[in-house]
Design a binder for this molecule. Structure first.
Ligand code: GUN
Length: 290
């Protein structure tokens, strides 16, 4: 069994980006600049956005954190997005999700200039992804593809079972794994909360990608010997013995499933760090395409 070390691979990618940025600076070119918009005070979202901003410094990018109050109106948020769209200093930006309930998420995502949409959430970019056109691939699915590529895991002709149909992970990774190329060329089954006898599908899978958000959902008796297991879950589970009062827990019952898997991502240290590395990669692409 091989552990897919997202921490190491993400560091390799950050080192590669650092070198490219140093060369850009030496050539007198503009430094890539990422902005992150966060609305409200959600603890997990603040943590994620903080990591994204810190990662910018690590590779030599400029970054801007735009912190807005929970009570902001939809109109004022749209105005802020318009400013970022028109600010030549900003190469790419993200709006951290989820947004407060009084704000229409689709309306906000539609307002982002597709050329600066480094999350790849704009319908134009999502459509391009489905049509194999140049776009920004959402960071988490992009990170999974990069892990599979760098560990040289065969995906062609394999049966990939995705659990979860979210717009951010399940839906796009199911499209990417079925596209032509390596990684890709998989036969994909997309399962979700209404799937009957989900374990019947996962037991047949060569590759399982779980993006459900239910801690320890995938048990050893639900996977076949030699399966490749990608765990996208990052749920905070209360634990009074942990320093922070919680532990980050994946969808996969790691102890049991790792006994049968050929490759498996740990949580933390698997897909999570890859997401940040690929956001940086998309920001670099946005600068290079500008
Ligand atoms: N919330 C959870 N994942 C993400 C992500 O990849 N991007 C943004 N903007 N918000 C998220």
């Amino acid at each position: 069994m091989t552990i897919l070390d997202g921490k190491k691979i993400s560091n390799d990618i950050k080192d590669e980006i650092t070198q490219v940025v140093a060369q850009m600076k030496a050539n007198g070119q503009k430094t890539p600049h990422l902005a992150a918009v966060i609305v409200g005070e959600d603890g997990a979202s603040l943590t994620y956005v903080g990591s994204k901003v810190r990662a910018c410094a690590r590779v030599g990018f400029e970054s801007t954190l735009v912190q807005l109050p929970e009570s902001i109106t939809e109109q004022d948020l749209l105005t802020k997005i318009d400013q970022l769209n028109n600010d030549p200093e900003i190469d790419g930006f993200i709006v951290q999700l989820p947004l407060p309930r009084h704000i229409d998420t689709q309306k906000i995502l539609l307002a982002v200039d597709p050329k600066k949409d480094v999350d790849g959430f704009h319908p134009e970019n999502f459509g391009k992804l489905a049509l194999d056109m140049e776009t920004f691939i959402p960071a988490t699915p992009f990170g999974i593809m990069e892990l599979l590529r760098r560990y040289d895991i065969e995906t062609s002709g394999k049966h990939t079972v995705v659990i979860g149909r979210s717009h951010i992970v399940g839906r796009p990774i199911s499209i990417l794994m079925s596209r032509k190329g390596q990684p890709g060329d998989s036969t994909v089954t997309l399962t979700h909360s209404r799937t009957k006898d989900l374990a019947a599908y996962t037991r047949e899978a060569d590759i399982v990608i779980s993006a459900l958000g239910v801690p320890n959902f995938l048990k050893a008796d639900m996977v076949k010997d030699g399966a490749v297991i990608i765990d996208v879950g990052i749920t905070r589970v209360a634990d009074s013995t942990a320093a922070k009062g919680y532990v980050i827990t994946g969808d996969v019952d790691y102890k049991g499933v790792s006994q049968k898997a050929s490759y498996i991502t740990p949580v933390p240290g698997g897909v999570g760090p890859m997401t940040i590395a690929m956001l940086l990669q998309n920001t670099l692409l946005a600068r290079q395409r500008a």
